[in-house]
Write a protein that binds this ligand. Structure first.
Ligand code: GRF
Length: 195
């Protein structure tokens, strides 16, 4: 059975686009379908892209809402879509236990750094400021900490010769776009096993 996924975004949605491409004609074709593209930000560019591509989109604005209050609304909203997994793709809001417990081990995130080295927002800036010659992209399950959940996989990014933050980001994103779908494939196909 194909897994039903809800992709969560807050902005431009380039990882979402890469995942949708892989669902339509790539490595995710046999293992999942996108039941919903969801955002906390009504202005998210990615929502428009998803809509144009014919996907069901939904938005609950989070601005000014307390974390638990927002998360309760999201849990309620998601019920009619019955997603098997929530895939965070540039979702810029920390989730509370309200949603994490409801979807225990079924929320996946991509973090643009090695989660052992750097957690939280601003990973590419940190990577650039520390002049790293190599970084790693991490795909992991979401637990109640920030970027602390079980790691599904990490993929290296070669940064030798990268001179600007833009270049660091560009190289990182190219890896993200490829690697996220690979890691998702491992989970949805049952290849990934929890220890
Ligand atoms: C990506 O770098 C992702 O790893 C991070 O936020 C960024 C989102 O970019 N969590 P996009 O919206 O997928 O283009």
């Amino acid at each position: 059975m194909k897994k039903r996924i809800a992709i969560f975004i807050s902005g431009r949605g380039s990882n979402m686009v890469a995942i949708l491409d892989n669902i339509e004609r790539g490595k995710l074709k046999e293992v999942c379908e996108a039941a919903l593209i969801f955002s906390n930000n009504p202005e998210a560019k990615g929502l428009e892209i998803a809509r144009e591509r014919g996907y069901k989109t939904g938005c609950i604005p989070s601005k000014g809402k307390q974390r638990e209050e927002f998360d309760r609304q999201v849990v309620e909203y998601l019920k009619s879509f019955s997603p098997d997994y929530i895939v965070l793709a540039g979702f810029m809001r920390i989730l509370s236990p309200v949603i994490i417990r409801e979807y225990s081990n079924r929320i996946i995130n991509i973090h643009p750094a090695d989660t052992d080295q750097f957690q939280g927002v601003g990973a590419y800036e940190w990577t650039f400021n520390n002049k790293l010659e190599e970084t790693k992209i991490t795909v992991h399950f979401v637990d109640e900490g920030v970027d602390t959940g079980p790691v599904i996989g990490k993929r290296k990014v070669d940064l030798r010769g990268a001179k600007t933050l833009h270049e660091v980001e560009e190289r990182g994103l190219a890896v993200e776009h490829d690697f996220y779908s690979e890691a998702l494939y491992d989970v949805f196909s049952g290849r990934y096993k929890f220890n």
